[in-house]
Design a protein around this ligand. Structure first.
Ligand code: CNA
Length: 261
């Protein structure tokens, strides 16, 4: 089933140059090159001793937010909020490919907002974003990340006194239906699907890949994933290196045939 892997970057570049609705589906490994730790790498959050021995799943759960808001926000702010992080070559490469008509959408499990910062326009954030926040009062007052002060650790709405929570899907919470439907639609219409920087261990997000009907499925991840055997192209290398090179070859190679359509 695996395509010609003697030059996987060429294969991927060829696929994208002829694609009409390519989609990128990514995870935390997309942002490690921006200095944001993922969950499951050796240097990831799951290896770090935080949360007083409690699991990251609990510390980032709806139950923790409700029962122990101080602990929740300490953990959340320390580990998932990175206001100074900059987009890396995966983010900028995908934005370039979209602008040139080679990519229809980015679907991300990330909550860091870096795809938008890089200039991507069609981005489906399955797990929400740290950039958006709203208070739990009746009016649901909205706050951007830059409007949330560092203290108190549990942010309080200056308008109504309620807790301000991030628009992030916590463990124990449902994904946004419209975002899931739009993601399924994009995957269903895709003629190339690139999956990058994700362990594919988190459901229901990983389950969306079953909606891909096509034969050009590329998987780019440092380590093996449960879907390696089903992919047409498997690349165990840094995703920023691969996407950056593909974008350079397709858009900056000097070959007019390879440039934007
Ligand atoms: P994960 O389970 O931590 O898996 C990340 C995968 O990426 C691992 O298999 C790594 O081997 C791989 N990886 C790490 N760096 C690279 C790289 N440079 N190139 C290629 N592969 C790499 O993370 P998933 O996204 O699969 O799990 C989903 C969780 C993680 C979602 O709920 C996210 O919200 C959550 N998360 C998001 C962020 C973020 O927004 N940047 C950070 C940490 C966790």
């Amino acid at each position: 089933m695996t395509a010609n892997t003697s030059d996987p970057i060429k294969t991927l570049t060829d696929w994208l140059s002829s694609a009409h609705s390519a989609v990128f589906f990514g995870g935390a490994g997309v942002s490690t090159a921006s200095g944001i730790p993922d969950f499951r790498s050796a240097a990831g959050l799951y290896s770090a001793q935080q949360g007083n021995g409690r699991s990251p799943e609990y510390m980032l759960s709806h139950d923790c937010l409700v029962d122990e808001p101080e602990e929740f926000f300490e953990f959340y702010r320390a580990n998932l909020v990175h206001p100074d992080a900059k987009p890396n070559r995966t983010h900028t490469g995908l934005a370039e490919l979209e602008a040139a008509g080679h990519l229809a959408a980015v679907i991300t499990q990330n909550i860091d907002g870096l795809h938008q910062k890089a200039g991507s326009k069609t981005v489906y954030e399955l797990h929400g974003s740290v950039e958006r926040n709203h208070c739990l009062g009746r009016a649901h007052h909205f706050y951007s990340l830059s409007e949330i002060p560092a203290r108190p650790v549990v942010p309080i709405c200056p308008q109504c006194g309620a807790i301000v929570r991030p628009d992030v899907v916590l463990y124990g919470e449902a994904l946004d239906t419209a975002t899931v439907e739009a993601s399924i639609d994009a995957i269903n219409r895709a003629d190339v699907l690139i999956v990058g920087g994700t362990s594919l261990a988190v459901y229901p997000a990983a389950g969306l890949l079953q909606y891909y009907p096509g034969r050009r499925l590329a998987l780019i991840n440092l380590t093996r994933t449960p879907m390696d055997s089903q992919a047409d192209l498997v690349i165990h290398k840094p995703v920023d290196q691969i996407i950056g090179t593909v974008s350079d070859r397709l858009l900056h190679s000097g070959d007019p045939a390879a440039k934007g359509r």
